[in-house]
Design a protein. Structure first.
Length: 29
């Protein structure tokens, strides 16, 4: 679970400020 959260943070930094609910990683969790 920690790895997914860390990856989510990286995605938010590299990608535009999308909502966390829109992130595919969040959907997987």
């Amino acid at each position: 679970m920690t790895d997914y959260a860390f990856l989510t943070g990286i995605d938010l930094i590299f990608l535009p400020p999308y909502s966390p609910e829109l992130n595919p990683i969040e959907r997987v969790c």
